[in-house]
Design a protein. Structure first.
Length: 271
């Protein structure tokens, strides 16, 4: 297999040589078309809600094979469709038959799924309001109940600690495993000079957490400008509020999905 890199070094392209595509890991089984559509919709929601721009990606654990996961091919997330969804194993190898380019940082997903059986979806982004909290000593704190998951802690992964000066990207399994260790049992992990990872028990929960982590960062920056003593949610308040969010995720998802489907139909990529 020949590996080449695009000029922006964000995407890794696996170019099959002869029959290499047929020798990849076996598929975990057929995927419901509605799940593929939701993966595309989730990617587009994150782009619309200022979590993704040209970069960023999300994934879902295979519903019938916990040692497989699904994500789009390497592409701008705002353009994702069902046809762009690919399947990978937990070593982050494309499953047999895949010839589509894969994200360079797919190892984030494979390594977190290995260590967190409770996680069924992951969002990795470079959302702009979050990035400042990755390079200062001021910790991110939960400003309001919709971002209650932040109250449990938002550890910062510093790639330099273990790997020295790098290009900052999670480009192999060792770096992905190190990130997963920093995430631990939390729902969010910041990445120094890079972005963040949000996880959840479902695609809907992971997307909601990613969106409201970005909103929370904006609110915390604004609160700081006001001056005075800041009183964020306590760990216990966050735990109680997050339980409500887990039950109520259907409301924001319904709104965002409806808006996204309308936009996809207007584009002509969905009938």
């Amino acid at each position: 297999m020949r590996i080449s890199f695009c000029p922006c070094h964000r995407a890794q392209f696996a170019t099959p040589a002869s029959s290499s595509a047929s020798h990849g890991p076996v598929s975990g089984g057929a995927i419901d078309p509605s799940l593929k559509l939701d993966i595309a919709i989730g990617s587009r929601i994150c782009a619309t809600e200022d979590v993704f721009d040209a970069y960023g990606h999300l994934s879902v654990r295979h519903p019938h094979a916990p040692d497989r996961f699904l994500m789009t091919r390497s592409m701008p997330p705002a353009l994702a469709t069902s046809d762009d969804v690919v399947e990978l194993d937990l070593e982050s190898n494309g499953c047999a038959g895949n010839t589509k380019p894969l994200f360079l940082e797919r190892f984030i997903h494979g390594e977190i799924y290995k260590t967190r059986p409770d996680v069924n979806a992951i969002v990795h982004s470079h959302s702009l309001s979050v990035v400042p909290f990755t390079v200062v000593e001021q910790p991110m704190q939960a400003m309001f109940h919709t971002a209650a998951h932040v109250a449990a802690g938002a550890p910062v992964f510093d790639i330099e600690d273990e790997f020295g000066e790098t290009d900052m990207l999670i480009s192999d399994r060792m770096k992905g495993a190190s990130l997963a260790r920093t995430l631990g049992d939390k729902s969010i992990c910041l990445m120094r000079g890079h972005g963040s990872v949000a996880v959840g028990p479902s695609l809907q929960h992971a997307v909601m957490r990613a969106v409201y982590t970005e909103v929370n960062a904006k609110l915390q920056l604004n609160a700081k400008l006001l001056g005075g003593r800041m009183k964020p949610l306590s760990a216990r308040e966050g735990e109680l509020a997050d339980a409500v969010n887990l039950l109520g995720v259907g409301r924001p998802w319904e709104l965002w999905k409806t808006q996204t489907l309308r936009a996809m139909r207007a584009e002509g990529v969905l009938t």
